[in-house]
Design a protein around this ligand. Structure first.
Ligand code: HEM
Length: 466
């Protein structure tokens, strides 16, 4: 039964509620059909749990920005609570989340300054990528593993102070672990586990998520133990050292602990790898199939960088077209399609509807990223969506792939820097060609916590200007 003045929605089935709407072949299409029937704020039942789905920029801004504190709670997804840990992405809106969010942001920011800056780290990693691409010049390559390695190494350097060769088996296992976990999250089995407690003891595929988490846990714990042996207090080399320094200062009220450290490592690694990698994969899928857009990027890059050794993040201010292309890629990629599930922290209202405390909140990101009336070309891949009449870069308010408000993506700054430096460096040096025998490109995404382009190959050619 829907409470009084609760957002409307479809009738719910016994036991399963409206789970079928979210676990079908095309859940995003289902959510869109429900939006057309019930409006921008509607409700579903996941099992017996009520959830409110938010669509469109108006409702999203009211919930995530204007009433941020009311909507910033988290429905700890129980699939991920059960052994061994749960993490900040799902952490509730309280002092532990607040203290750790502040610490994580400050630590990421500190690594962005000074000699060993974030920009240097990304460029260091790019040297390895370029080596792989140089070896493949004139040939065809499958970029999935490569882009995951790039993103994983950037975040590994920050967290653990190490990078891994692209054929390193231990890191392949880790990347596989995160890619799979991201598919399990928001997937049918995780939802069934969360919504229907009766099934939890059955040997169903959600058990795989526990195994994957244990794999990461033992990896992270052994990194923390190595750091405890080799660190010099007060001279942090990476995130783990910074956290251990913080633990040394710990007082009774502090929420910092070794268990929390492992949770933070999980969060940052999970959230920082698959998202960036899949956005890069989407970028090159579109660029290969829109060669005129790829060429226009390359003209701008050549003109702005001239004989300069390497691109800097500051250069983006002189590259409106490149900026527009990267933002357009993020818009169509819809990389985190349902954001992270939130819940209301108190009884509140949204667009006139009453929403009680503890209600699950689902942000339907595509409803904003492709909202009619917000974009010049909502349903096409067209960088003009981010350019004004003078060809200057503009960012419409409906561009919110990182969500918005107090829980906005913590890695947005890092992700934006990675996307820009990696795309520009690679486009400057190579031409990326859709292989002749590859058939028509398939732009449909494989859904999960992150959405992924289907596997594809790319032909690499050194550009004649290089
Ligand atoms: C293109 C890349 C990325 C996209 C599209 C993306 C998107 C998102 C989204 C939609 C959320 C949920 C916000 C909410 O709860 O409403 C999120 C949360 C988060 N992201 Fe990202 N992200 C990206 C890259 C990264 C990177 C590189 C990091 C690592 C530093 C990161 C770390 C996090 C963390 C820790 C959270 C949880 C924040 C919190 O609950 O306080 N993300 N991200």
């Amino acid at each position: 039964r829907r409470p009084k003045n609760f957002p409307p929605g479809p009738p719910a089935w016994p036991v399963l509620g409206n789970l079928v709407h979210l676990t079908s072949e095309d859940p995003l299409m289902n959510l869109e059909k429900l939006r057309q029937s019930y409006g921008n704020v509607y409700s579903l039942f996941l099992g017996s749990k009520p959830a409110v789905v938010i669509n469109g920029v108006e409702a999203m801004k009211e919930a995530m920005v204007t009433k941020a504190a009311d909507f910033a709670g988290s429905t700890v997804q129980e699939t991920f609570v059960t052994p061994p840990l749960w993490c900040t992405i799902m952490a509730d809106y309280g002092s532990t989340w607040r203290e750790h969010r502040r610490f994580n942001l400050m630590t990421l920011r500190n690594f962005g300054l000074g000699k060993n800056s974030m920009e240097d780290r990304i460029h260091e990693e790019l040297q390895h990528t370029v080596k792989i691409l140089d070896q493949s010049a004139g040939e065809t390559l499958s970029p999935q593993v490569m882009f995951h390695n790039v993103a994983s190494n950037v975040i590994c350097k920050i967290l653990f102070g190490t990078r891994h060769e692209y054929d390193d088996e231990s890191i392949k296992v880790m990347i596989q672990c995160f890619t799979e976990l991201n598919k399990v999250a928001n997937g049918p089995w995780a939802m069934l586990y969360d919504s229907v407690p009766l099934v939890r003891f059955l040997p169903l595929p959600f058990r795989r998520a526990f195994k994957l988490m244990e794999t990461f846990l033992s990896f992270a714990v052994s990194r923390v133990n190595e750091h405890k042996e080799s660190r010099i207090p007060g001279e942090p080399r990476d995130f783990i050292d910074c956290y251990l320094d913080e633990l040394d200062k710990k007082n009774d009220e502090s929420s910092f602990s070794e268990e929390q450290l492992v949770r933070q490592l999980f969060d940052l690694y999970l959230a920082g790898t698959d998202t960036t990698a899949n956005t890069l994969l989407t970028a090159f899928l579109y660029l290969m199939n829109h060669p005129q857009i790829q060429e226009r990027c390359q003209q701008e890059i050549d003109q702005v960088l001239g004989g300069k050794d390497r691109v800097t993040f500051e250069d983006r201010h002189n590259m409106p077209y490149m900026q527009a292309v990267i933002h357009e890629v993020q818009r169509v990629a819809n990389t985190v399609p349902l954001s992270a599930f939130h819940c209301t922290t108190r009884d509140t209202e949204l667009l006139g509807y009453s929403i009680p405390k503890g209600t699950m909140i689902i942000q339907n990101m595509i409803s904003v990223l492709k909202e009619e009336g917000q974009w010049k070309f909502p349903h096409d891949f067209n960088p003009e969506n981010f350019l004004d009449e003078q060809g200057e870069f503009v960012k419409p308010e409906a561009f919110m792939p990182f969500s918005a408000g107090s829980r906005v993506c913590l890695g947005e700054g890092l992700a934006r820097m990675e996307l820009f430096l990696i795309t520009v460096t690679l486009l400057r040096k190579y031409k990326f060609i859709w292989p002749e025998d590859a058939g028509e490109p398939d732009y449909t995404m494989v859904l999960g916590g992150t959405s992924t382009p289907k596997l594809y190959s790319m032909k690499i050619q050194l550009r004649s200007t290089q």
